[in-house]
Design a protein around this ligand. Structure first.
Ligand code: CA
Length: 507
């Protein structure tokens, strides 16, 4: 089996280096945003907002329609990017842990193979980076305004808006890099994370727009124990003051960092306009929830507007500096996000909105402009793909597989996984989503919630794309359930998830 795997790697490496006409060791920029939902990206068909610069990458590259994460929260997704391994193997299952940076991280292998590496922006792994020649990271979650940046020597408060600063630092580093080496740069964005503070110039950008309610906005969570018990609704969990800036406290917390000028502009918008409108309307019940939904989308999309504009600035930089032809640009989010589907914001669940994440790659000379891939690609595949692109041997303990074969014109002939494994852990805080693991195939999702929320769910994605009809245990599903359970067990064994195996075999 191991020899087979090695052989196929050799073949893949051969393909990548010959028939793709790849230049030796291209530069790689990985733009990694936070909580950016594919439902809000126009390249993914969204009509909520336009994202012209992300679309630019898609127009020149390949868009993955079924890029899935293996544990849908921030830190664990970053740990998986760095290791190409599931959370239970790289040790970072929850946001509040300290990531073991001493383990094998693929940027260390890039360094050993002639690359210079940099991570700029949000890191959020409880420890300082290893494997990067240059790093400047946000403190923990980071702040939208005048954020603290940690470098190997100090922590400095930098005046300005976080997305603009991250772009500026990235460009500064690109300008001063060692041009004799290829580079790998991670641009770690804070946007579009809660509490969605837009840049001053984007305040009110969507005020003339009324967003349609998603079909599952008033979901009753029937036959779904975990959905009934979560704490992530726009109705009950989203806070008027802290999240939606209605009569915010401008003296402390995130606003305590503002300059007087920034505060003035914010108050003119959120206090004099939005809070005033809120007071006058005296909303309650459904009308209040819908108002919150509209405000949530407006703030979120305004934050994404700056993100997209800054991506445009990075692409322009590559164009202007003659780097575009030999630089791979990847745009991805750390996971998906709910934009009111099921009445929610946040992520965590193994349902489509948070399981799938945007992933677009522009690989000059390799990706067919405007192409798409439907296969199940996982975030454990990112590390081995980048290693293969760089011509570095992929260590056998990496659990993902390079997706380069999927960039070929005819992917039907490529042998690829037909089922994806997922495992989420963080419970009960925040948002009270029961831990669960499961399997997703082209047509079905089977989920096992465990602990206090012990239950199974089964969805037919063809008949029920919004996942409101849990058919687990229904007559006629016996065979498909047995097949999916067998696949689930096979994946658990393959990825060596002993905790899940114990739970699966306990009854
Ligand atoms: Ca995130």
């Amino acid at each position: 089996m191991k020899t087979m795997k090695r052989l196929s790697w050799l073949l893949l490496a051969l393909i990548a280096n010959t028939s793709f006409g790849q230049k030796k060791q291209p530069n790689i920029i990985f733009i990694f945003s936070d909580d950016h939902a594919y439902q809000t990206i126009s390249a993914y068909g969204s009509t909520l907002a336009q994202t012209p610069n992300i679309d630019r990458i898609a127009r020149q590259g390949t868009l993955f329609k079924n890029a899935l994460v293996t544990n849908s929260i921030c830190g664990p997704s970053r740990a998986t990017l760095l290791t190409g391994k599931y959370s239970h193997v790289n040790g970072y299952t929850l946001n509040e842990k300290k990531f073991n940076v001493g383990q094998q991280l693929f940027p260390k292998l890039l360094q050993q193979n002639g690359y210079q590496t940099a991570w700029i922006g949000k890191w959020h792994l409880g420890n300082l980076p290893e494997g990067f020649d240059f790093w400047r990271i946000l403190n923990n979650q980071g702040q939208y305004y005048n954020p603290d940046f940690i470098s190997p020597t100090d922590t400095t408060k930098v005046e300005g808006y976080v997305t603009n600063i991250i772009t500026q630092f990235s460009v500064d580093w690109l300008n001063h890099r060692d041009t004799s080496k290829p580079f790998f740069l991670v641009v770690g964005e804070k946007a579009t994370h809660r509490e969605w503070l837009p840049d001053l110039q984007d305040l009110g950008a969507y005020d003339n727009k009324t967003f349609p309610l998603p079909p599952t906005f008033r979901d009753d969570y029937k036959n779904r124990t975990a959905a009934q018990n979560q704490d992530m609704t726009i109705d009950k969990t989203m806070r008027l003051k802290e999240d939606l800036k209605v009569h915010a406290n401008y003296e402390k917390g995130i606003y305590g960092r503002f300059t007087p000028e920034q505060k003035k502009v914010y108050q003119a918008y959120y206090e004099d306009k939005i809070s005033k409108e809120f007071d006058e309307k005296k909303l309650s019940g459904d009308a209040l929830v819908e108002w919150k939904y509209q405000r949530y989308l407006k703030d979120y999309l305004s934050t994404a507007r700056s993100l997209d504009r800054n991506i445009g600035a990075l692409l322009d930089y590559l164009d202007k500096n003659g780097l575009a032809d030999n630089t791979i640009v990847i745009y991805a989010s750390d996971q998906g996000f709910y934009m009111g589907e099921h009445g929610w914001f946040d992520k965590r669940f193994m349902y489509e909105e948070s399981l799938r994440t945007p992933f677009i790659i522009k690989y000059p000379g390799v990706t067919k402009p405007g192409s798409t891939v439907n296969q199940l690609m996982l975030n454990i595949d990112w590390a081995p793909t980048i290693l293969q692109i760089a011509g570095v041997k992929v260590p056998a303990d990496i659990q993902g597989a390079s997706f380069l074969p999927l960039l070929q014109p005819n992917t039907d002939k490529v042998s690829w996984r037909k089922a994806a494994y997922y495992h989420y852990y963080e419970f009960p805080e925040p948002h009270h989503v029961y831990p669960h693991f499961g399997v997703r195939t082209e047509q079905y999702t089977l989920i096992r919630f465990y602990g206090a929320g012990d239950s199974w769910e089964l969805y037919d994605l063809k008949k029920d794309p919004h996942q409101v009809n849990n058919i687990y245990g229904n007559k006629g599903t016996e065979q498909i359930t047995a097949n999916l359970k067998a696949t689930l067990k096979k994946l658990i064994l393959q990825y060596k998830d002993e905790e899940a195996l114990k739970i699966l075999e306990s009854r």
